[in-house]
Design a protein around this ligand. Structure first.
Ligand code: APR
Ligand code: PHB
Length: 392
């Protein structure tokens, strides 16, 4: 087989890259290890920054998102069971957000790929990139019992944190930056009307978050110890703990109901530099992980593939490799900005096992300061909204 860009991984990063390249007249083949059903079963965050919404709209991928998603202006922070304020990104930044699940984005991307007859090979096994630093890279894999070789000009590693792309780069050329947090998030999805605002809560018992998908679908999270198991958390125990952490008048407005999904995820910050090795480019979770506080994960995947598609388009249009050469540095500037914001919010809002009463008071004082200062609110609004894309 032969194509211009071999894309490893069919998550949001890989499938969106294929769509953006197609719109520039660039061919690609997507190689995904799992079945489509498996890819569509992964429930993840669902808050899209304005830049992400703009990319999806410009690519003609937003019809369903615009019909079903819930647009909103920012997020609320509450603490100590008594106080709260709203970070208004529309007011300070002129930017809005869309609540729209990653599962739905993934469905829309598969639908767009099907509609144009794109080559997306699922259950592609033992995918291996070769000759990345040469002129003629290729990828080998097994598919439907056949050994296949895919020749290409470039390889995009969009295969998530556990993928093969980053691991195939020699350790001597990569630098990894990592921070693991000593707690996880227990999340549930329920068919209940959500609170009006996405609301982050700092409480001495631990962090809590109210989020939303649609008018009748809510997503809630609580901070739990890493050792906790799903079996430890009945729905009743979850709702009891969640509502204890919200200020009482907000807790009274939380509508409880049976969970339709429940999972525990650890929190981690991770960045690899550079995001390129020869003709292999890393995008999305393959290159970086953010803790979910800040909802940056999918938005970073989208900014990476936006930058990479623009760089490849320039190369195929006029032979200029300067944007490709600048890809890693440009992508990493936005990555580090979001890494910093999600690390800051994680530290501000969680209870660490080593936290003392002093630490709790210091967090509450910072929240008091944020509530009282329009300058602090504007600064946080700027970071939560996400940095604009750099021009080419
Ligand atoms: N070969 C082929 N495909 C692979 C391989 C492999 N060796 N390893 C992993 N994959 C596939 C996975 O099955 C998955 O479908 O790559 C895809 C990677 O998708 P994601 O993990 O969703 O990563 P990405 O597309 O970068 O999207 C980032 O996911 O984790 C969230 O917060 C994050 O929302 C953000 C988004
Ligand atoms: C979600 O809706 O799943 C969500 C919202 C905000 C976050 C993380 C996840 O910070």
């Amino acid at each position: 087989m032969k194509t211009q860009v071999a894309i490893i991984g069919g998550g949001p990063a890989g499938l969106l890259l294929a769509e953006l390249l197609h719109r520039h007249g660039i061919s690609s083949v997507v190689l995904e290890r799992q079945t489509r059903e498996h890819v569509l079963s992964r429930i993840r965050a669902g808050i899209l920054e304005q830049t992400t919404v703009d990319v999806l709209r410009e690519a003609g991928l937003a019809t369903r998102m615009d019909a079903e998603g819930h647009e909103h202006d920012g997020m609320r922070i509450a603490w100590a069971g008594r106080d709260d304020f709203f970070i208004d990104c529309a007011k300070y930044q002129g930017k809005r957000f869309m609540a729209y699940g990653q599962v739905q984005i993934q469905e829309d991307l598969f639908a767009a790929a099907d509609a144009r007859g794109a080559t997306v090979l699922t259950e592609a096994l033992d995918v291996t990139p070769h000759e990345m630093t040469g002129e003629r890279p290729f990828v080998t894999f097994h598919h439907n019992g056949d050994d296949v070789r895919l020749d290409c000009d470039y390889i995009a590693g969009c295969d998530g944190f556990h993928g093969v792309s980053r691991k195939s780069i020699p350790a001597t050329v990569l630098r990894e930056f990592e921070k693991a947090y000593p707690f996880g998030w227990l999340g549930i999805l329920s068919r209940t009307p959500p609170l009006t605002d996405v609301t982050y809560v700092n409480h001495p018992r631990g962090f809590a978050l109210a989020s939303q998908r649609t008018a009748m679908l809510s997503r809630y999270y609580i901070q739990v110890p890493l050792e906790d198991r799903i079996e430890d958390w009945s729905d009743d125990r979850f709702w009891g703990e969640l509502t204890r952490r919200f200020p009482p008048e907000m807790a009274r407005r939380i509508v409880t109901g049976p969970s339709i999904e429940k999972s525990i995820a650890p929190l981690r910050s991770f960045v690899v530099e550079p995001m390129r090795h020869g003709r292999l480019f890393l995008c999305g979770d393959a290159a970086h992980i953010v803790p979910p506080t800040g909802a940056k994960g999918i938005n970073l995947a989208v900014s990476d593939v936006y930058y990479l598609s623009r760089a490849l388009a320039a190369f195929y249009r006029d032979g200029s490799a300067s944007l490709l050469d600048g890809y890693s540095a440009m992508a990493l500037r936005r990555v580090w900005s979001s890494e910093r914001t999600s690390w800051y919010l994680t530290n501000l809002l969680h209870r660490f096992p080593t936290s003392s009463e002093f630490d709790q008071r210091a967090q509450e004082s910072e929240l008091d300061y944020l509530k009282g200062s329009v300058h602090a609110q504007a600064a946080l609004a700027e970071q939560y909204a996400g940095m604009p894309f750099e021009s080419a």
